[in-house]
Design a protein around this ligand. Structure first.
Ligand SMILES: NC(=O)c1ccc[n+]([C@@H]2O[C@H](COP(=O)([O-])OP(=O)(O)OC[C@H]3O[C@@H](n4cnc5c(N)ncnc54)[C@H](OP(=O)(O)O)[C@@H]3O)[C@@H](O)[C@H]2O)c1
Length: 301
């Protein structure tokens, strides 16, 4: 199966690149806005691609003829989306509208990454069909992309995930676990919210599930996350404890005290029943995830 991956330099993109490059059933063309970071051993191609330039995508598809397009390209910085709405809309919504059109014309299965932030965050067991009600601009832009795919894609999947963590040697932005680790290791005090609850998702678990969805040609919406609901403070403290770092450097604060540009849903978590039943999805525990990160690099110790 030929798979075209966009946003392959991001955290999720890098994990999917690794998952698919190691799969003999897959012929992978990985792409990203900038030249490749962390090239892997393995059988895949890489080239730059800007998803906001439709002609670039069309040209590449004409040459590569993929069965499946996995779109990990995004502006995923939630605060930046609040402050740079035009840019957010261009990458997170308008480009996805174009990818849908191009996928339809070429009979391609389009797999779009989305987020728990499409929900208001009033419960911790969101199901795929629950009503979206975003509380910030990032969530709104991602919801509009979802709505377009649901209405127009001939073969479309939406994979919602939440608080992805994991290690890759080069990251264009930190995730919660690597930020906590690096800050505490350098003796830097951090302020961490204690009134937001999430189910952190190991990047490898997400990449595996997306690989299954691609290979099984599953369409529709899927929720993919870890199983454990924790406050952001608890995630930070468990990371500190696992790596024997000074949890005393962590100051708990409320969302109101933190005053971030974008509002956050107070709590979010997924009902994973559909993924368990249809994909045999079994996520790692948080401690297993930390153990994997520890093994992946000596930089984390
Ligand atoms: N990380 C999370 O916790 C999380 C949670 C929920 C949902 N998601 C969703 O998962 C997806 C991937 O997120 P991520 O965390 O991997 O984000 P990320 O680390 O910020 O990576 C996004 C990648 O998109 C690429 N990109 C940006 N603009 C582009 C453009 N115009 N054309 C092509 N590529 C472009 C960038 O590539 P270059 O580096 O080459 O510039 C970047 O590496 C997003 O849809 C996000 O909404 C993530």
């Amino acid at each position: 199966m030929k798979i075209l991956l966009t946003g392959a330099n991001g955290l999720v993109g890098q994990k999917i690149k690794k998952e698919l490059a190691e799969n003999d059933q897959v012929e992978l063309m990985a792409t990203s806005l900038h030249p490749e970071v962390n090239p892997l051993q393995g059988r895949y191609l890489f080239q730059t691609l800007d998803i906001t330039m439709s002609w670039q995508t069309e040209e590449l598809i004409r040459r590569f003829q993929p069965h499946t397009l996995i779109n990990c390209a995004a502006q995923a910085n939630v605060n930046r989306c609040e402050q740079e709405k035009t840019e957010c809309l261009k990458i997170n919504t308008e480009a996805v509208t174009e990818l849908t059109r191009i996928a339809n014309v070429n009979n391609i299965h389009l797999i779009q990454l989305s987020t728990d932030f499409v929900f208001a965050g009033v419960k911790t067991n969101y199901q795929e069909e629950d009503e979206a009600a975003p509380v910030n601009y990032y969530g709104l832009a991602k919801k509009e992309a979802e709505d377009h795919i649901i209405a127009h894609a001939r073969k479309g999947s939406i994979i919602r995930t939440l608080l992805v963590y994991g290690y890759v040697p080069e990251m264009n932005r930190n995730n919660l676990v690597t930020w906590v680790y690096q800050s505490l290791k350098n003796g830097k005090p951090i302020r961490v919210v204690n009134d937001q609850y999430r189910m952190p998702t190991l990047g490898e678990d997400l990449a595996w599930a997306i690989g299954q969805i691609a290979l099984m040609e599953k369409t529709g919406i899927y929720h993919i996350s870890g199983r454990e609901l924790m406050s952001i403070e608890e995630i930070a403290c468990r990371t500190a404890n696992y790596f024997s770092l000074d949890a005393g450097l962590i100051t708990p604060v409320t969302s109101a005290e933190l005053q971030e540009p974008a509002r956050r849903p107070p709590q979010s978590g997924f009902d994973l029943l559909k993924a368990e039943k249809e994909l045999d999805y079994i996520p790692h525990s948080f401690e297993e995830g930390l153990k994997l990160i520890e093994k992946q690099t000596d930089k984390m110790r």
